[in-house]
Ligand binder design. Structure first.
Ligand SMILES: *Cc1c(COP(=O)(O)O)cnc(C)c1O
Length: 401
């Protein structure tokens, strides 16, 4: 389950042996992201999808500015979820035309910033119309808007559902015609629809079905739109394998389905570009979390490797970021690759809580203080999705290799 090679017992990151990299970084713990793997992932995805599909990066998965800068050169647009992310995207040189902004509870000041920047705002509440109209009037430019729709169906088998039923995201499909009327009367520049049904889905069939249903819903809603649809964002939700038994997503049927939808769109929404937006899938497998064993303790026969890293840097690997049942992320001893594994050990962090668990009863090569513990599949929802202030340990370093 790893795309990182190893040589002479050392994991390689961008060709650099891990202990050498740790010396270069100068401290542990750190996250390392591999540009070559990011580039390769996007190339493979592009090869599997029709050329007409626009690919956006949802930067909440990993907002490290250098990484966003790398991604910005490879994708067609960046999706932001706050004014803070917006400024990172603008600093990375992304054209405002190619930035869109989604999220519930957008504050008036954020909407003003978005209109001033000239980006596309995904409207997800009737309340957003008035501040958008006010910003348009003050700035003398009509706000560019799309409508985020809460669909009338759910994404099956999604790790995290974000559409269908009652949700804080988007506007319920049945209320969208009324919202479109208000957008027209307020003089906002309507440009399309955004549908995002959920996250971390490994079932190709479910993704194909959701994309087809989202497309059909958008075609129906377009009848009430004040202007032609220029962008139809079909969401994403592509998952990556984390746990034993999970398989990488099969892209071929998704590519075929999208090719059909591109054809249908040419007839039914002739001015629309089809967009998919992905976070985790683009960056998750290209990142590692690296921490150092500080202590090795045996308690009543069970071995604990105590590291300088933990849930304060990597909440999701500890199982506390949305997982229902805790499972081990793929963990390795990065300077003892290829060594036979010994008795199962637990890898824990320095926090005074039993939740600070990075690997529970996992067979690993025999490790000692000073060794480097590596957590794979850590490029998404890592540093920025963790409670770094908890217990007052130093913040984590991030490097792009
Ligand atoms: C979180 C989010 C994404 C990214 O989801 P991934 O599962 O990381 O691909 C995309 N779009 C929206 C609207 C989101 O909120």
């Amino acid at each position: 389950m790893t795309q990182f090679a190893s040589e002479n017992g050392e994991l390689l990151v961008g060709g650099i042996p891990l202990t050498r990299l740790a010396a270069r970084v100068g401290r542990t713990p750190f996250y390392a992201y591999d540009r070559g793997l990011l580039t390769r992932r996007i190339a493979e995805l592009r090869a599997a999808l029709p050329a007409a599909i626009q690919l956006h990066y949802a930067m909440k998965a990993n907002p490290m500015p250098a990484l966003v800068g790398h991604m910005a050169r490879l994708v067609d647009g960046i999706d932001v979820a706050s004014a803070g992310e917006l400024s990172v995207a603008l600093d990375a040189g992304v054209a405002p035309h190619d930035i869109s902004f989604a999220g519930p509870g957008k504050r008036d000041a954020e909407l003003m910033q978005a209109v001033a920047a000239g980006i596309l705002v995904n409207v997800e509440s009737f309340r957003e119309i008035a501040p958008l109209a006010a910003a348009s009037a003050v700035l003398g430019v009509p706000a560019r808007v799309a409508v985020r729709v809460n669909p009338d169906f759910e994404l099956k088998s999604s790790g995290m559902k974000m559409g269908g039923g009652p949700k804080q995201f988007g506007v319920d499909a049945e209320q969208v015609p009324e919202l479109l009327g208000e957008i027209g009367r307020a003089g906002l520049a309507f440009e399309g629809f955004h549908l995002f049904a959920g996250s971390q889905n490994l079932k190709t069939d479910a993704i194909v079905e959701a994309q087809r249903k989202c497309f059909e819903l958008a075609v129906r809603l377009a009848e009430s739109a004040p202007a032609p649809v220029k962008f139809l964002n079909l969401g994403g939700g592509f998952g990556i394998p984390y746990f034993p038994g999970e398989q990488a997503l099969d892209l071929a049927p998704i590519g075929e389905n999208l090719a059909t939808l591109v054809g249908d769109a040419a007839r039914e929404l002739p001015q629309a570009a089809l967009v998919i937006e992905l976070g985790r899938y683009l960056v998750g497998e290209a990142g590692l979390y690296v921490c150092r064993v500080v202590d090795k303790k045996v308690s009543r026969g069970h071995t604990y490797l105590v590291t300088d890293g933990g849930l304060h840097h990597h909440l999701s690997a500890s199982g506390n970021f949305g997982q229902v049942i805790r499972k081990n992320y793929p963990v390795a001893i990065g300077n003892r690759m290829g060594t036979v594994t010994g008795e199962p050990v637990s890898v824990v962090g320095p926090l005074c809580t039993p939740l600070d668990l990075l690997a529970d009863r996992m067979p690993l090569p025999e490790a000692e203080p000073g060794d480097l513990v590596v957590i794979h599949q850590s490029g998404a929802y890592g540093a920025s999705a963790s409670p770094q202030a908890f217990l007052g340990h130093p913040a984590v370093t991030e490097v792009l290799i």
